[in-house]
Design a protein around this ligand. Sequence first.
Ligand SMILES: Cc1cc2nc3c(=O)[nH]c(=O)nc-3n(C[C@H](O)[C@H](O)[C@H](O)COP(=O)(O)OP(=O)(O)OC[C@H]3O[C@@H](n4cnc5c(N)ncnc54)[C@H](O)[C@@H]3O)c2cc1C
Length: 272
Amino acid sequence: MQYNRNMEKMKTVIIGGGASGLFLATALHTTERTVLLERNDRVGKKLSSTGNGQGNITNLSASKTPYFSSSPFGKKLSGDIVKEADENGLKEAFQDLGVLLSADDRERVYPVSRQASALTDALRFAVSKRGVDVRLSSRVCDLKKVQNGFVLTVEHDGETYQIHTENVVLCAGGKAAKNFGTDGTAYEFAKGLGHTITALYPSLVQLKTDVAYTKTLKGIRINDGGLTAYLPDGTQVALRGDIIFTDYGVSGMRCSVFPRISRTKSTQACAC
Ligand SMILES: Cc1cc2nc3c(=O)[nH]c(=O)nc-3n(C[C@H](O)[C@H](O)[C@H](O)COP(=O)(O)OP(=O)(O)OC[C@H]3O[C@@H](n4cnc5c(N)ncnc54)[C@H](O)[C@@H]3O)c2cc1C
């Protein structure tokens, strides 16, 4: 599709059609002259892969779970957010969109269909029903603050065009899982608008291990297990969480206790 080569005038532009951008588009008071720009050829690519493709949207005890941050501000902020938007609010919001949910014996909440794509589809239909102009394969490559709003440069089909908007909402995700469209450009946009970006650390990463012993365990899962990792520099680290053995080592361990763990280094691991 060709878009206006002259400067388009919008009221609100949402950058990113992931979980936050789609949810926001369903919740806006008005969708008048609202456009959602998504660089991928479909929305919700990452959302559709969450929870091993089953969509673990929350936990029945989510608001009681302790949240961590390296700064007191971050700790307070995450606590305030969870208090404001607890697990019940999220469950009700998805149920209003027609997604039936159920919890497993570990209080993890999923769509009854156990398909994360059910979450994406429900949001996609709701956004379309609200008349939001969703533009796929549309990458925002520049964002500037101007008088009375913002100017965005959008790349689509190898060409660029510009949009002037009164409001812009940055829902372009973080830096995790680049293959889903999130390469960290959101941080650059935020920085360009005067926001401060704190240091970034991987917090839930794969551990690449010496596979001599773990290769034969591929596919085995240990719920809430303990693991001791010996890093190449000789450091020993104890980790807890769900352990899934893979052909490269161990998948998805929380390493908030040790942010220096790199996903590229070869690590030895033993689980218990
Ligand atoms: C493998 C995996 C499993 C996960 N499992 C779970 C789980 O079970 N439960 C859970 O709660 N969370 C899970 N998460 C985390 C969860 O997926 C994220 O917290 C959530 O998707 C973040 O939503 P978001 O809208 O902020 O960002 P994203 O979903 O990343 O969406 C951002 C969107 O912005 C688009 N975008 C980026 N830059 C631009 C640009 N310049 N122009 C236009 N579009 C742009 C991207 O293409 C992307 O579609 C998982 C994450 C991964 C990677």
